[in-house]
Design a binder for this molecule. Structure first.
Ligand code: GLA
Length: 387
């Protein structure tokens, strides 16, 4: 039985009626450009072949029922007229927050759409807490389901903004827009260079003989939200010092000229972001010209900067990067990916090094850390709102 058929059956068993829509949104891997999105900077992610399905059917009343089968098979219910934070089933806050933002959007839009209650069934395979954006896939699949169910004609950019606001205003993570935008608008076999200020983007083809390998360190990410929000505040403090709206507007020269007057931790945070923006733009050229040597250097520098200046790597991530870099050398790139504090590394490598790269992880990582890694070979896929 296909996955979709099995999900349709499970929906029927749960609600005793057919699902009216089946929506799907992918997770993502970021090739380079981390902690730049909320500084109005540049990122280079790709949507991947792991994602979340949302099946939905309208109700006559204003109740939202949600079953997230991979998390909990008990349904969670709430009413559209009163959506409050759920301290117990915290996963449901992604649904609550997304619905609140959607209702606000509908109210302010000139098209007089309306929504009713909905029965929802959610199932996904994006590894959770791994830095591959399981939450963005969740939000974007949900928005796609609502858009299709009520003919809302949401654009990918609208959906990305709503998903981000759900996290910022309700869930409590001050994330940028990268994850939601690539989940909405990714393109098969391509990475996306996204300008997070203009929300403009261009695609770069991932060369055919190249493999995207993701290795999950399986280190539990702790205090992620509070550390993440602190990093954001530190970046904003530097922008304020320079009286600019974001770190995007400050050059490395300007930063260095002011080094003495800045707290050293703030200087380091800003140096990461400003240099990472430059690396990300160069990485686009490297990908477009198949310059693996350049990509290799940029990704290595990015990791080092996330380790020393932004301080979001872990010893396990550093070790994975070291192991893989020894195999890949200058034929491809390796770095941590996503928010950090645990999670995954990404390697862009020639297909013929794939087996060797896998082997080196299997031979060494568990021995050194006592943790079993997970290795995923990924492909770049289409986003939920891509045409
Ligand atoms: C998380 C956030 C993104 C981005 C990355 C780091 O994934 O959700 O907005 O800031 O971290 O690049």
């Amino acid at each position: 039985m296909t996955l979709q058929k099995s999900l349709l059956q499970q929906f029927f068993q749960a609600y005793n009626k057919e699902a009216e829509v089946v929506a799907y949104a992918p997770g993502r891997v970021n090739l380079i450009g981390d902690h730049t999105d909320y500084n109005d900077g540049f990122v280079l992610p790709a949507a991947v072949n792991f994602g979340t399905h949302v099946l939905a059917s309208k109700r006559q009343d204003s109740v939202i029922n949600v079953i997230a089968i991979d998390i909990d098979n008990q349904p969670v219910s709430f009413n559209l007229s009163q959506i409050v934070f759920d301290e117990q089933d915290t996963w449901s806050n992604y649904v609550r927050g997304t619905v609140i933002e959607l209702l606000k959007f509908i109210k302010s839009s000139p098209r007089k759409n309306s929504v009713s209650g909905v029965d929802l069934f959610i199932s996904g395979n994006v590894p959770q807490g791994a830095g591959l954006s399981s939450s963005a896939a969740f939000e974007i699949a949900l928005l796609k389901a609502f858009s299709d169910l009520f003919n809302l004609s949401l654009s990918g950019i609208d959906a990305a903004k709503l998903g981000q606001k759900a996290e910022n205003n309700f869930v409590g993570c001050q994330c940028g827009i990268m994850d939601q935008l690539i989940s909405a608008l990714g393109q098969k076999s391509h990475a996306m260079l996204l300008d997070c200020r203009a929300l403009s983007y261009q695609f770069a083809k991932i060369p055919e003989n190249i493999t995207l390998m993701i290795v999950n360190s399986n280190v539990k990410r702790e205090l992620v939200s509070s550390e993440y929000n602190t990093r954001r505040q530190q970046c904003e403090a530097v922008a304020q010092y320079f009286k600019r709206s974001a770190l995007r507007d400050i050059t490395l020269n300007e930063l260095n000229e002011n080094k003495q007057s800045l707290e050293s931790v703030l200087y380091k945070r800003a140096r990461h972001v400003i240099s990472e923006n430059l690396r990300t733009l160069e990485a686009l050229t490297a990908l477009n010209t198949h310059d693996m040597k350049l990509l290799s250097r940029l990704m290595a520098d990015s990791h080092q900067s996330l380790k020393d200046d932004f301080e979001v790597t872990t010893p396990e991530l550093d070790y994975l990067v070291e192991l893989l870099s020894n195999v890949v050398k200058d034929k491809g790139g390796v770095r941590m990916t996503g928010g950090g504090f645990g999670g995954c590394v990404v390697a862009i490598l020639p297909q013929d090094l794939q087996i060797k790269a896998k082997q080196v992880i299997e031979d060494n990582y568990f021995q050194k850390t006592g943790i079993k890694p997970s290795i995923y070979i990924c492909t770049a896929e289409q986003g939920a709102f891509s045409l």
